[in-house]
Design a binder for this molecule. Sequence first.
Ligand code: 5GP
Ligand code: MN
Length: 339
Amino acid sequence: MQKDSFNKFKTLIHKSNHIVIVTHFNPDGDAMGSSLALYLYLTKIGKKTTVITPNDYPEFLQWLPGNKKVITYHNQQKKSANIIQKSDLIFTLDFNNYSRLEGLGDLLKQSSAKKVLIDHHQQPDNYATLMFHDVKASSTCQLVYEFICGLGGKKLIDKSIAACIYTGLMTDTGSFRFDSVTSSTHQILADLLQTGIKPHEIHSAVYDTYSESRMKLLGYCLTEKMVVLSEYHTAYISLTANELQQFHFQKGDTEGVVNYPFSIKGIKFCAFFSELDGKIKISFRSKGKFDVNQFARHYFNGGGHINAAGGRGNSNSLEKTIEEFLKLLPKYKTKITKS
Ligand code: 5GP
Ligand code: MN
């Protein structure tokens, strides 16, 4: 954990004229919730601020307050480059190494702006002037809440900011059920509810948005594609590009699929492989002490948290990637099953 002093953060923010907030590739609820909450707060205290995402994010996050002001690097490269060039302070939220930004990472490397990292993933790189980092935090949204309060802005947390923070807390904790949830998570939630946000509306806006084909894709994954390896307390699901196409895949459609096998008694390690844009995207989840951050980092060019991580195949072949994964299981059997 490294949390620099609020006085230092205050000075840096006070001195800045153009602030940029960036978050990771394929932004999720925590990435967008934390970025937009911080954006709304900084704007409220009179700071010129822009949120730039590396690429598009799912429609079920596009209702978030402030969403219309977001710039997507993938679609607006020149504009993004200009804004970053002019900025003197860049917040990097919900990730901790530039490789998570894809092309946008080069713009940050070239920029002389001061960087502030707010994040809860393992093993941060060393690019930030100041850090607000805690792997124990349930979400980056939880950290952004603490950050705003630490700067003395608690009274400025209105319904819009609260809705953004609630969204990230909800999506990164599996709706408040993961091990990362603590009494302070619930205390924060209580404070957020005081602003008048309606939890049922936010849950619906994020989760009750499946298209018919997304629902059928989930059914297909569970009935046709789930492989349970009881001996290893492990299950995995894989989808080829053709299968995704068959179900009219839209960004976000496979989010959460990786977790379903956990509902089977005894399953402690889940993996999900998909062939996207010619590459193999992998999600790993574990229950207990088996560290999927290390596993993803070591074998699959990825990382994340102890119980939730992602990575990429070493080749562009789905079959080969799964083969590599299967070969590793005997080595980790004890770690998986004992945890
Ligand atoms: P997901 O499986 O939902 O894509 O990601 C699970 C967690 O691992 C998230 O917290 C995400 O930020 C992180 N993660 C996903 N892919 C990567 C990756 O390629 N590299 C790193 N370092 N983290 C990742
Ligand atoms: Mn997160």
